[in-house]
Design a protein around this ligand. Structure first.
Ligand SMILES: NC(=O)c1ccc[n+]([C@@H]2O[C@H](COP(=O)([O-])OP(=O)(O)OC[C@H]3O[C@@H](n4cnc5c(N)ncnc54)[C@H](OP(=O)(O)O)[C@@H]3O)[C@@H](O)[C@H]2O)c1
Length: 292
């Protein structure tokens, strides 16, 4: 699978299969096993999904070795009461996943660390986790520019990744994060990238997505769908793409997206111009001070 370089020299496969959203708090070992069997080499989970054990069980059932997959998990700071030791939560995650390291450990959200003035001290704990080899790379998720600036001040390790909600309907608010991370060498990973064809169907990007899908279908002789165009757009914007599906045929479809012909500058401009006409955020409204 196509891999991308991180700022610490490690590589990350471009497509990650997630056990959140549709699989949130569900037993997911069969889905993980199927994803691996269909060629997925990057698994994305989190402590708050309460199904990290599916990663170890799915990997074991696939018969593949640990180093054949890139595993991401995320630390979830509790928002009432004292945050348990970050290191202890990771040790619990490793035990659940039957592994002794993760490839990438993320802080799931800046909230409520920012409210408690703990952004910097938590990042220091992350740096120690990397130093001790419990995580090969460390990063953040849902961090805004102000959160990133705060941890970069005094950091000895720059976050390798910021995993954020990214699709054409958050361009108005996500663009400054995109620019800042790109400038600082922090690789962006997108989640909920298919929102315009799932929860926000019928919006202004439908037309440019359909037009590009039709052009690519004619050119390749295969049926290219609007969802595939969205994923191609994310790839051309240099994103790692975190998605999920219950259908193995869609895994095969997703894995072939790097081989599709490139979207043209005109197609990209149409998607972005139409996207900016509508705002829809699926997650982390509180972090961005938005109403649901
Ligand atoms: N860091 C965070 O705060 C955060 C937040 C949310 C999510 N995430 C991560 O990102 C992962 C994915 O999130 P997401 O589910 O919101 O991602 P998404 O890629 O926007 O949506 C995935 C959904 O789209 C459907 N889908 C897939 N291919 C499709 C196609 N060709 N046409 C129409 N629908 C299609 C799938 O349903 P089918 O089963 O029908 O294919 C699946 O349920 C999560 O599992 C989690 O790991 C992280």
């Amino acid at each position: 699978m196509l891999s991308c370089k991180l700022n610490d020299g490690n590589s990350i496969p471009w497509l990650g299969y997630g056990t959140g959203t549709a699989l949130y708090q569900k037993e997911a070992s069969n889905e993980v096993k199927t994803a691996i069997e269909y060629g997925v080499t990057h698994l994305d989970t989190a402590q708050v999904y309460e199904n990290e054990d599916a990663i170890g069980a799915g990997l074991k059932a696939s018969g593949k070795p640990r180093d054949s997959v890139f595993i991401t998990t995320k630390f979830y700071p509790v928002d009432n009461g004292p945050t348990p030791s970050l290191r202890q939560t990771l040790l619990n995650s490793l035990e659940a996943m039957s592994t002794d390291y993760v490839d990438l450990f993320l802080i799931h959200a800046p909230y409520p660390l920012n409210e408690r003035g703990e952004l910097k001290s938590t990042w220091k704990e992350m740096e120690d986790i990397k130093k001790d080899g419990l995580a090969k790379s460390i990063g953040v998720s849902n961090y805004r520019v102000q959160d990133l600036k705060e941890i970069l001040d005094g950091a000895t390790v720059i976050p390798a990744v910021n995993q954020i909600e990214y699709h054409p309907y958050v361009l108005d608010t996500a663009e400054e994060i995109y620019k800042f991370c790109t400038e600082k060498g922090i690789r962006l990973a997108s989640y909920s990238g298919l929102t315009p064809v799932t929860s926000a169907k019928g919006g202004p990007v439908d037309a440019p997505l359909a037009a590009a899908a039709e052009r690519l279908s004619k050119e390749t002789g295969k049926q290219v769908k609007p969802a595939n165009v969205l994923t191609k757009w994310l790839l051309q914007r240099d994103f790692i793409v975190i998605t999920t599906t219950s259908k193995s045929s869609r895994i095969t479809e997703m894995l072939s997206i790097p081989d599709l012909p490139e979207l043209t500058a005109t197609e990209i401009e149409a998607i972005e111009t139409e996207g900016k006409k509508y705002h829809k955020r699926m997650w982390m409204h509180h972090v961005f001070g938005e109403q649901r």
